[in-house]
Design a binder for this molecule. Structure first.
Ligand code: AR6
Length: 181
């Protein structure tokens, strides 16, 4: 039996996506920073910063929710990825926890369409291939409970990495289960 995957791989700016929720790769203060966090705060406007103050930070691997304010997404799920050290500091478990916490929070708020950036793979230095494997595994685990799960990559190269990772993970024997959308 072949089932359609609910996972889409896009290249682009996550702040532009019209989905129920976008995920932010934040830091533990939740008060903004560079990378995708900076882009989300810039696009959502100063009310996001004010709101995030009330959240009182977030621990690595956990997630907190805010409204989308001026971004098209209705909600923003802020999660804090691990800083890559050498792979022996629970980085993989923490990165998995980011995806799971974000999905669980999304389910609590009846989010049906959700987009993720490649958490931890920028300033936090997580190796991209390993991070993509963790991201895709979590997306496959939750795909039945969402209408759309978007992996929003910031470069074509990152998108190709996600695509090959997804294809490798859903190939049963030599029969690919990946259905491009
Ligand atoms: N849309 C989608 N993806 C993006 C965008 C965007 N607009 N901008 C960057 N990326 P990073 P981290 C990609 O550094 O590694 C911040 O300062 C980027 O190419 O944003 O989790 C926070 O405040 C990369 O693939 O997040 C923290 O201090 C991915 O998003 C720290 O950086 C993640 O890169 C978090 O570091």
């Amino acid at each position: 039996m072949t089932t359609a995957l609910m996972i889409e791989i896009l290249t682009g700016d996550i702040t532009k996506l019209e989905v129920d929720a976008i995920v932010n790769a934040a830091n533990s203060t939740l008060l903004g920073g560079g990378g995708v966090d900076g882009a989300i705060h810039a696009a959502a406007g100063p009310l996001l910063h004010d709101y995030c103050r009330t959240l009182k930070g977030c621990r690595c691997g956990e997630a907190k929710l805010s409204p989308g304010f001026d971004v098209p997404a209705r909600r923003i799920i802020h999660t804090v990825g691990p800083v890559w050290k050498d792979g022996t500091h629970y980085e993989a478990a923490l990165l998995k926890a980011c995806y799971r916490s974000s999905f669980e929070l999304a389910l609590q708020y009846e989010v049906r369409t959700i987009a993720f950036p490649a958490i931890s793979t920028g300033a936090y230095g997580y190796p991209k291939q390993e991070a993509a494997e963790i991201a895709v595994a979590a997306m496959l685990e939750y795909q039945d409970r969402f209408e759309r799960i978007i992996a929003c990559c910031f470069s074509e190269r990152d998108a190709m990495l996600y695509l090959s990772t997804l294809q490798a993970m859903v190939t049963i024997g030599d029969r690919p289960q990946f259905i491009p959308r």
